[in-house]
Design a protein around this ligand. Structure first.
Ligand SMILES: [Zn+2]
Length: 357
């Protein structure tokens, strides 16, 4: 029988044997029967000391590509040849994963809006607190893998604060099609990590509720490049032909329809569009065009709806605004830390930088 009160404590990498992979199921919450909700973690502790990289997936329960990316990465990884450690949370939101849905099922809340959670809060806040306390403590870096939400499709893109040198470098190393600048939003796991001095980025890998082989390969490729730059593994001999020049977006917005009908789009994921270019038309039930939507500005298509049924206000195109973000208002001072000496990497944790909002 499980204890009535949950014992939540940070994972300690030192508790696990060097040069080995350890699979864990940790009781972070309880069901209505009082049985434990066990959350899977994988600790791969290298034979040599080094940085601790956290990789999480399925913070939204139906975003599955990240799970496959983690599995692919670990299949090819030799713990004996690893410096530092990987701490993976392949199914971060177990209740939503088991229900096959995006949101936390007990209260219908988006778990990625309530980090770092509250010990005496709502069901999602208490779960977020337990996950945050267990997972974030040992990390030096975090990569949180998501996908588009239901009914939408995404390019492979990264959300990162490009004013942080560490986040910028991790974003570039992930080799995405697009990097979207942004201070991490309130309540996200990324923001909670950064507030704890852990540089963190979000990888948006494709579409929800599916395994996409291409995304698994691209995600693994990016993670191997990050691990190489951190000095965790030796250059794995990745094919240079796969390296691409990501498009940098300083901001983005969702374009919404303003009338109901059947939406026909005239753009593709990753496509650059120009101001006033025809993006979409609405047809009525007789096939007549009743409305059209043009690009309000130049940009690149980051994501799009795949549902042709439109009512006014439906998001249909996630349009990125190309270019570097304006410099931050206050200069930030990074602090030299132990990883530089250990690994020679220029990826510095953000201690000394102001907490993100
Ligand atoms: Zn997500």
């Amino acid at each position: 029988m499980s204890k009535r009160k949950l014992q939540i404590r940070p994972l300690q990498v030192e508790d696990y044997p060097r040069g080995q992979r350890t699979n864990l199921l940790l009781p972070l919450s309880q069901r209505a029967l009082g049985t434990p909700v066990q959350v899977p973690f994988i600790v791969v502790r290298g034979a040599q000391p080094g940085p601790v990289l956290g990789i999480s997936a399925a913070v939204h329960g139906n975003e599955l590509n990240g799970i496959r990316i983690i599995h692919h990465l670990l299949e090819g990884l030799d713990p004996d040849g690893l410096r530092g450690a990987l701490v993976c949370a392949p199914v971060a939101n177990v209740p939503a994963f088991e229900a096959g849905i995006r949101r936390f099922p007990e209260d219908g809340v988006d778990l990625n809006h309530v980090f770092p959670g509250k010990a005496e809060g709502t069901p999602s806040q208490q779960y977020a607190r337990a996950l945050y306390k267990t997972f974030i403590g040992p990390l030096d870096y975090l990569i949180d893998i998501h996908t588009a939400s239901e009914g939408r499709v995404n390019t492979m893109y990264v959300r990162a604060d490009l004013h942080s040198q560490s986040c910028r470098e991790m974003a570039l190393l992930m080799n995405p099609q697009i990097i979207l600048h942004g201070r991490s939003g309130d309540g996200t796991l990324r923001n909670a990590a950064r507030a704890n001095d852990v540089p963190a980025i979000t990888v948006e890998a494709g579409n929800p509720s599916v395994f996409q082989g291409r995304m698994a390969l691209e995600g693994e490729f990016g993670l191997l490049k990050v691990m190489t730059a951190l000095g965790m593994i030796k250059e794995p001999g990745l094919p240079d032909s796969n390296i691409r020049e990501p498009l940098i977006c300083k901001s983005s917005r969702w374009l919404r329809t303003r009338s109901g009908g059947l939406l026909e789009t005239h753009f593709a994921l990753g496509q650059k569009v120009v101001k006033k270019q025809l993006l979409a038309e609405i047809h009525n039930a007789f096939g007549e065009v009743t409305a059209s939507f043009k690009a309000p500005s130049d940009g690149v298509v980051i994501g799009m709806s795949r549902n042709p049924l439109s009512v006014p206000g439906m998001r249909f195109c996630h349009l990125g605004s190309l270019g570097e973000p304006a410099p931050p208002k206050q200069p930030r001072t990074g602090r030299m830390v132990r990883h530089l000496a250990e690994t020679g990497t220029t990826l510095l944790p953000e201690r000394g930088e102001p907490p993100s909002t």
